[in-house]
Ligand binder design. Structure first.
Ligand code: GYE
Length: 349
């Protein structure tokens, strides 16, 4: 318990610390360039330096969560110079405009491939048409895009967010049966991720599908906490003030869960295996799995960030003129106190 709580503090303090730093730095930025300065996109070196390498422009949507850090690392580890790649990495800081700017820069640099993890699903038709017109294959990773013409991208690699949401609902059905509470009124609150993102849409709809079969499940409120620990703490704190009788928290990623756990502690509300609020989380990063092991999180629905090797495999196929699938869905598990120990050992993220 102590160990896990220390980690939560580090995560939250990390974010708060960064916020304080940013607040102090804001006036300086404001004077110079304006607060919401656009990102700069790195340029590839001259052709002579990369002539034997495959140049890949990768627009990552942000660095909002522990999951995202593992996802970025997985891609950087797969697309190395030793493996034959030159990777141009761009972090969009959760702003769609930044991703569009990065993709346009990749097009004008005439990269060999564009890889991108879209922050939300809508709004990509124009820029992807530009990539198609330039003849650059686009590999979408993690979240999905909603485009009228699916020929605008070559393939998508990701996880089944709808299934993850459904797994959460099915776990809750089992849990209530085991506690003999299946006929009681059950009050649920949901911390959602970035609105309009695949992970938020899928996890919400998959869970709601199961919930709609139970008249006694009451979703008191669903609100976004942007997939971050700091917002998770804030939004859960507000919910705890509004609703004294929460039975279940569904938190759409581990970072928000860590924030919510702090809020519950501060409010004096018990949670986890032996508490008032059953906690359902998503991602299954190492710090959260330790909390599952300690009974602070009841269940963690895995979302697998190790996706880099898929990109390498797909690019190699395309380079050899072989066909690729339109989608690749990464395998995932679900973790409770019963099975978590064996997975914790090998967890690197
Ligand atoms: O669950 C969350 C991250 O899109 C699946 O994004 C991803 C989600 C992941 O910020 O932690």
């Amino acid at each position: 318990m102590k160990k896990a709580m220390e980690k939560i503090k580090q995560v939250i303090f990390g974010h708060v610390g960064i916020c304080i730093l940013l607040l102090c730095a804001a006036p300086l930025l404001f004077i110079g360039h304006g607060l919401f300065e656009e990102i700069e996109v790195e340029q590839a070196p001259p052709d002579s330096e990369v002539k034997d390498l495959i140049v890949v422009g990768f627009s990552q949507l942000g660095s909002e969560s522990g999951w995202r850090t593992a996802h970025t690392l997985s891609i950087q580890d797969a697309l190395t110079k030793d493996a034959g790649y030159f990777l141009i990495f761009s972090n969009a800081r959760q702003i769609q405009e930044n991703q569009i700017k990065a993709i346009r820069s990749f097009i004008s640099q005439r990269v060999d491939y564009i890889v991108f993890a879209p922050v939300i699903e809508d709004g990509w038709d124009t820029v992807l048409q530009e990539a198609k017109d330039a003849g650059i294959p686009v590999i979408i990773i993690d979240r999905m895009v909603n485009v009228a013409d699916s020929s605008l991208y070559t393939t998508w690699i990701g996880t089944d967010a709808w299934k993850e949401g459904e797994k959460a609902g099915k776990w809750l059905e089992r849990h209530l049966r085991e506690k003999n509470r299946q006929s009681e009124d059950i009050n649920i609150v949901v911390l959602q991720g970035t609105i309009g993102s695949t992970a938020q849409i899928g996890r919400t709809e998959g869970f709601e599908e199961v919930a709609s079969r139970h008249d006694n499940w009451h979703i008191l409120e669903s609100a976004t906490a942007e997939f971050t620990a700091a917002r998770g703490k804030e939004v859960m704190g507000e919910m705890l003030r509004r609703y004294p009788n929460i039975d279940v928290l569904v938190s759409q990623n581990d970072d928000m869960t860590m924030g919510a756990v702090e809020a519950m502690q501060e409010a004096g509300v018990s949670f986890g295996e032996h508490g008032q609020v059953a906690v359902i989380s998503f991602d299954a990063i190492r710090d959260a799995l330790e909390m599952v092991d300690e009974g602070l999180i009841n269940v963690d629905i895995e979302c697998n960030p190790v996706q880099g090797a898929y990109i390498d495999m797909i690019i190699q196929k395309l380079e050899n003129g072989e066909p690729v699938e339109k989608s690749y869905v990464v395998e995932e598990n679900i973790f409770t106190r019963e099975n978590v120990a064996e997975f914790l050992e090998g967890r690197t993220y």
